[in-house]
Structure formats: C-alpha cells, structure tokens
Design a binder for this molecule. Sequence first.
Ligand code: ATP
Ligand code: MG
Length: 376
Amino acid sequence: MNLLEGAHHIIQTIEEAGGEAYIVGGAVRDMLLDRTPGDYDLASSMLPEQIIDLFPVVIPTGLEHGTVTVVLNHVPYEITTFRSEATYSDRRRPDEVTLGVSLEEDLTRRDFTINAMALRPSGRVDLFGGARDIEERIIRTVGEPAERFNEDALRMMRAFRFMSQLDFSLDEATEQAIVKLAPHLAAVAIERIAIEFEKLLLGPGKQRALQAMLRTGIERYLPGMTSEIVKGLAQQSFRGVSKDAVWTLVLDAGLAKDQLTRWKRSKHQVQLATRLTPLLHRPLQDWDRYRLSDEELMILREMTGTDYPERSDLPIRSRKELAVDGKDMIRLGLQKQQIKEALLHLEYSVVTRSCPNDRVTLLKEVERWRTQSENK
Ligand code: ATP
Ligand code: MG
C-alpha cells in the first residue's frame, strides 16, 4: 500500500463507520501540481475519540485542536476534525477552536484558495476556485484578504512563502491588503515568521517572492531587515543551499550579526551562519579547511560549487596529531587558560606550515610564544 492508498483506506474506514473524511491542504494542492505529496493530511467529521476507536494505532498528537495521528503501515496520517476558528482579537492565534463544524466551514478558515480544497476517491471539493488558481499559478486568499490577514498576520508571510515554493504570482487584491496590513506582522511570534521566511529563501521562486515583499514594504517589520538586504537576497545566486545554511545567505546579504539573535534561530544555525558567511567569497586557506567541520565544508562546497581538496594534504588533521600535547604544556608550567591558547597557536603554526610537526621544534616554539605573549 502506498501513501495515497493508505489515505484512501482511512477515508473508507471512516465512511463505513458513518463519517466523512477528505485529504486536505497541501497534499491536494501538490497532486494538482503533479507533485507527489510528502504527507497526506486528512480532515474528518468524526471527533478524535471516535477516530481513536476506529484504528488500532492512534496517537493523540493535538487533541486541543482536534488532531490525532493514525499510524498505518508505519506511516503517520494526521486527521483533524472539521473545525472553525472564531475571533482573532490579537491577530496571532485563534481565540477559540470549534470542532464538529461542516466541511465547508473547515475549508473557509484556510488561508489560500490553493490550500482550501478537499479530496476523496469519489471527488474533489473546491469552493473557492483553488484548481483555477493553480492553473493560473496565483496565490489568493480565501475570502476578503484584509479580513483574513487581520485574523492572522502570519498569512502575509505565508503568501510570499508559497509564491517562492511554487513559483506563483500574487493576486493583486491580496497584495494590496498586505500593503495596508504589513505592520501587523510585528505582533506575530518571530519563530513562526522565521519558518516561513526560511522556506521562502529555499524556494525556486525566491526572487519573485522577495520582489513582491519589497513592493509591499513588509520587510520593515522583520527584525533587522532593510530593502537593501532583501534586494541582496533576491540577487544571490548560490547553488544548493541546505536548510541549515539559509541564514548564511541572510548574513551575506547584509543582516548584522547581532540582529540574528532577534530571529531566535538555533545555536547550530547561528554558528553555521557566522562561521561560513566570511568564507563565501574568498578561497579557503589551509587553516579554514583544518578548523571547519565536515558538515561546514560540505555546505560551502554545495553553495559555492568549488571543490576543495580533501584534508589529507594538511600536515595534521586534528589536535591529536600534534607532536606535543596538554601534558607537555603542564610540564612547561603553563596555566590552564594558557594551555588552550598555546595548543591553538601550535596547531595554527603547523597547519600553516610555519613550523614542522616535530616535538623539539614545537616545544621551543611554545617557549618563544610564551615569552612573547607575557611581554605583551
Ligand atoms: P507544506 O507542504 O509546506 O507543509 P502545507 O500547505 O501543508 O504546505 P502547512 O503549513 O503544513 O502548509 O498547513 C497545512 C494546511 O493548513 C494549509 O494547506 C492550510 O490549508 C492550513 N493552514 C496552515 N496555516 C494556516 C494559517 N495560518 N491560516 C489559515 N490556514 C492555515
Ligand atoms: Mg504541511
């Protein structure tokens, strides 16, 4: 049974028990685009507790939103009870989720026409012209754009994200509403914005999405962003950029390093970005190849398309291969902090070939380095 057959099996099981179920959201969109969906999300008239009774393996992944995960042949399927979302007073999240509404209501709460279709083996439900908008390659809100962005300002970023991922254009009325409501983005949790922005930067339509952002002026409500940086991002032509390296692009386009903390990215992402950005536009030195991790080297290779020789030509490949070690430093009477610095100095000297990796030479070099640094 493939993924789609699994989804059909779930729909059939729910229908036989007297309920309704449909494939919804991104999977319907992807199928119409002739893409194979990565996962199939389902919506159903049944309540979580009824679904739990129908299938042998069900994980209650989000009961408060009406979501459970049915596991079929080791594949997880998210099933969410038809729901509506009432009054969004803070423009950040729904105040109240109502379960057990109709399919029509469930589709009406969704963001864009292309994301608001439902599919089951017996046919497709498309209330807002989603299939037509896929045909015309256009991002358009379900219902009145200003109203929808007022409910949830994140949708403005999602519009640009889908433009980029799908290489679609933006409906004119939708764009005009973003021009008006862009300031509301400032109230949205930065983590949610960052997820959409990362997807945007990795999409094939990055350039047109960023240009649309510039037309609306929305970059002013993103931490540390300026129109110059966004223009820079639009012009970049790096090749394969991995998900973790996307912030390297942003720093390269001119975002100040200390602004990155405002985006609340993971330590790993921040470290990659700050270490790799300075290396994008110059050839790697031996010292760079020595100190970078395998992952960092691979990312640079993929982004710049340059092939660096393996590390095998370096005099040493790690501190362990140094002809002296920490014990030698203790014997020389160095203090703890000094030992770290001394070893780093020796690594650098050996890797850059200003010293051979020879015990006697290195011990002499430590003495010289110590006298010099103590006289500073
Ligand atoms: P992806 O393939 O990137 O996951 P997706 O369409 O599945 O794309 P999700 O963010 O996973 O996008 O959301 C799933 C579905 O939930 C969307 O297709 C849309 O119908 C609905 N949705 C998600 N976020 C919102 C939102 N902020 N406002 C309204 N509907 C939303
Ligand atoms: Mg999804």
